[in-house]
Design a protein around this ligand. Structure first.
Ligand SMILES: [Zn+2]
Length: 385
């Protein structure tokens, strides 16, 4: 779908405006259906609040977030609906409340699935309500009453960290999903250089293939979310579904950035997190390792690690990161990216980051100073000890 943007007009714009008005991000103007400067400003504010990419347009992901934002906790009864689960900000608020009270709903992803229903059932049983896994007025009331008294230590991330630790220091048998961004009809960033067309989709796939071989050689089970020349392309939620379905231990999405300003350059890595301090600690650690290894080994400018609540990072149930390796629109970055040897370096850096995830912290050595084979030997030795 083409993003709805500045100067567009019609019922879709009226709908977007009414949601923004409900969220108190926009002053109500009766009958307005034009995407004016104020609307754009409100969309940017909404994107910032939600940790989305801030471009002031309503594309598919921003639309789904706006659609979910219609519902506030208590507006409607919540229950586990099959096969089409209820989705919304109210579900996310419920999940965060349950998490604060120590119930295991996994990640607060805003989707009322089986795990959320089980957590609600457990809560109902413990407070003496009919345990049906649905969240109607009584359950909501009990939760409001009790929710305030219980202060949690972000149990979901402690659980994620525990699960990660328990999985052991060895790469053998671990499952990783590598997600080359874009593909099919969507080439991502495209640049023509000396008559040759370079696309983000093609470079991301090439990086994924180089990484796949190395991780498989280290004994990991590796899945890619697409092939080199897919005709159709998976949406971000479908990519996360794939990772969840194969029970991945790690998820790495590969992109190359682009910008209208040809001077923009460097590498940046993203992990799940919201503006109000909720963050995936294991995801943040993986992002930090990926960022450091690539910056140190390749010399790309370090544009740091950032928390985002993109669907790709929010709906995955394992530590997940997205890395944007350089800017295809910057001639210096591009000159590197188009060299196969450079892409090998990036793949090596990513392998080192994955190795370090499972490498005991107390034995940590300076970034970029160790080659992957040595690192693997040490990890294997530790696993046997
Ligand atoms: Zn991209």
């Amino acid at each position: 779908m083409r993003p709805i943007r500045r100067d567009d007009q019609g019922p879709a714009v009226a709908e977007i405006r009414s949601i923004l008005v409900n969220l108190e991000l926009l002053e109500p103007t009766p009958g307005a259906d034009v995407f004016d400067a104020r609307t754009e400003h409100a969309v940017r504010a909404f994107q910032q609040l939600r940790g989305l990419s801030i471009d002031g347009r309503v594309g598919a992901e921003t639309w789904r977030a706006l659609d979910a934002a219609r519902w506030r906790l208590g507006d409607r009864a919540l229950y586990h609906s099959i096969p089409q689960p209820l989705v919304g900000e109210d579900v996310r608020a419920l999940q965060e409340r349950l998490l604060e009270m120590g119930y295991d709903v996994g990640r607060a992803d805003g989707v009322y699935g089986g795990r959320t229903a089980r957590a609600v059932t457990q809560f109902q049983r413990e407070v003496g309500l009919t345990a049906d896994g649905s969240c109607g007025p009584y359950t909501m009331h009990a939760m409001r009453r009790l929710g305030r008294k219980v202060v949690g230590g972000r149990p979901q991330w402690l659980r994620e960290a525990d699960a990660f630790r328990e999985s052991g220091p060895n790469l053998v048998g671990k499952t990783i999903v590598i997600d080359p961004g874009h593909g099919g009809p969507d080439p991502g960033v495209v640049v023509i250089d000396s008559g040759r067309r370079w696309s983000e989709a093609e470079l991301a796939y090439d990086l994924a293939a180089r990484l796949e071989g190395r991780l498989a050689a280290a004994g990991m089970r590796v899945h890619l979310t697409r092939g080199p020349a897919t005709t159709s392309v998976l949406s971000d939620p479908a990519r996360t579904q794939l990772a969840n379905d194969v029970g991945a231990d790690l998820f790495i999405s590969l992109h190359v950035d682009g910008h209208a300003n040809p001077a923009a350059d460097g590498v940046a890595t993203y992990h799940y997190g919201t503006g109000n301090g909720v963050t995936s600690t294991v995801g943040e650690r993986l992002a930090g390792l990926v960022q450091r290894e690539i910056a140190v080994r390749t010399g790309l400018r370090d544009c740091r690690v950032h928390a985002k609540s993109w669907e790709l990072l929010r709906l995955t149930r394992m530590p997940a990161v997205r890395v944007d390796v350089g800017y295809l629109t910057c001639s210096a970055d591009r000159a590197r990216l188009i060299r196969p040897g450079f892409r090998d370096q990036v793949a090596e850096a990513l392998v080192a980051a994955v190795q370090r995830m499972y490498y005991p912290v107390e034995l940590d050595v300076p970034t970029g100073s160790i080659d992957v084979h040595t690192l693997r030997a040490v990890v294997d030795a530790t696993a046997e000890a």
